[in-house]
Design a protein around this ligand. Structure first.
Ligand code: ADP
Ligand code: MG
Length: 226
C-alpha cells in the first residue's frame, strides 16, 4: 500500500465571523508528501498564518478536511488535536521563545517532556537533537550568550527532538541577518535530506527559493509558483 501524504487539505475554507466576515482561506487544496520541502509566500494579510495554524492543528477549517499522515483531523476535538500536535508536528517561529535562565540543553529537554518522550530517553534525545543542529559545544550555555543564528538552531533542535513528521516554520529567518539566516537554511536542507517534511512560511525570496517547491497565497487563494 502506498503511503498517505503527510498533509492533505481538501477544499479547506476558514472564515472568521465578523462583522465584517473574513474568508481568510478559500477552498484550499494542498498535498505535501513525505520529505517534501515546501515554502509558502504571500503578502501580509493573505492567509499565511491562518494556513500555518490549521496545518499545525492550532486551528481548524470552517469547511473542508485536513488529513495529517492519513488521519482525518478536522473533526478531532481540542484534546485530540493537542495530542497529535505534540507527537507529529514541530514548530519554529520568528521569535526564538527560549527560556533565558535555562541552559541550551534544558531548553531542549523541556520540549521532550511536553512531547511525550519517555523519561529515560529524554537526555539522550536532547543531546542528539543539539548534535544535529551542530551545537554540541553550546549545550551548557545560556541562550543570551549565543548569536541569533545559534538561538534559532536551538529552537530547531527543540522542534525536532521528538522526531516529528512535519516541521512548520513561520518566518524562521525574520530576526536574522543574511549570514545567519543562511545557517538556518543550510540546516533545514540537511534535515530535509534526512527525511524530514518541511513547510516554511517566509517573506524572503532567497529563503523561499531554497525549498523544493513554492506556493504563493494571495487573498486566501493558492497558486503554485514552482
Ligand atoms: P498573513 O499571515 O498572511 O499576514 P493572516 O492569516 O494572519 O495573514 O490573516 C488573513 C486574513 O484573516 C486577514 O484579513 C486577517 O485580518 C484575518 N484574520 C486572521 N485571523 C483572524 C481572527 N482571529 N479573527 C478575524 N480575522 C482574522
Ligand atoms: Mg502572518
Amino acid at each position: 500500500m502506498s503511503r498517505p501524504p503527510v498533509v492533505d487539505l481538501i477544499d479547506v475554507t476558514r472564515s472568521f465571523t465578523g462583522p465584517p466576515e473574513v474568508q481568510a482561506l478559500k477552498s484550499i487544496n494542498l498535498r505535501v508528501e513525505k520529505q517534501d520541502y515546501l515554502s509558502i509566500v504571500g503578502p501580509s494579510g493573505s492567509g499565511k498564518s491562518t494556513m500555518l495554524n490549521i496545518l499545525g492543528l492550532l486551528d481548524r477549517p470552517s469547511v473542508g478536511e485536513y488529513y495529517l499522515d492519513g488521519a482525518l483531523t478536522s473533526l478531532a476535538g481540542e484534546a485530540e488535536r493537542a495530542a497529535l500536535r505534540g507527537g507529529k508536528i514541530g514548530f519554529v517561529f520568528q521569535a526564538f521563545h527560549l527560556m533565558p535562565h535555562r541552559s541550551v540543553l534544558d531548553n531542549v529537554l523541556l520540549a521532550t517532556v511536553y512531547s511525550g518522550v519517555p523519561r529515560a530517553d529524554r537526555e539522550r534525545r536532547a543531546r542528539a537533537a543539539l548534535h544535529r543542529v551542530h551545537l554540541d559545544h553550546r549545550i551548557d550555555f545560556l541562550p543570551g550568550t549565543l548569536s541569533g543564528g545559534e538561538r534559532q538552531r536551538v529552537a530547531v533542535a527543540r522542534a525536532v527532538v521528538a522526531s516529528p513528521q512535519l516541521l512548520l516554520a513561520d518566518e524562521p529567518t525574520g530576526n536574522l541577518d543574511a549570514t545567519t539566516s543562511g545557517e538556518v537554511m543550510d540546516l533545514f536542507e540537511e534535515l530535509n535530506a534526512d527525511g524530514l517534511t518541511l513547510i516554511v512560511i517566509t517573506h524572503d525570496k532567497a529563503v523561499a527559493d531554497r525549498a523544493g517547491r513554492t506556493i504563493s497565497i494571495a487573498d486566501g487563494r493558492v497558486s503554485e509558483t514552482t
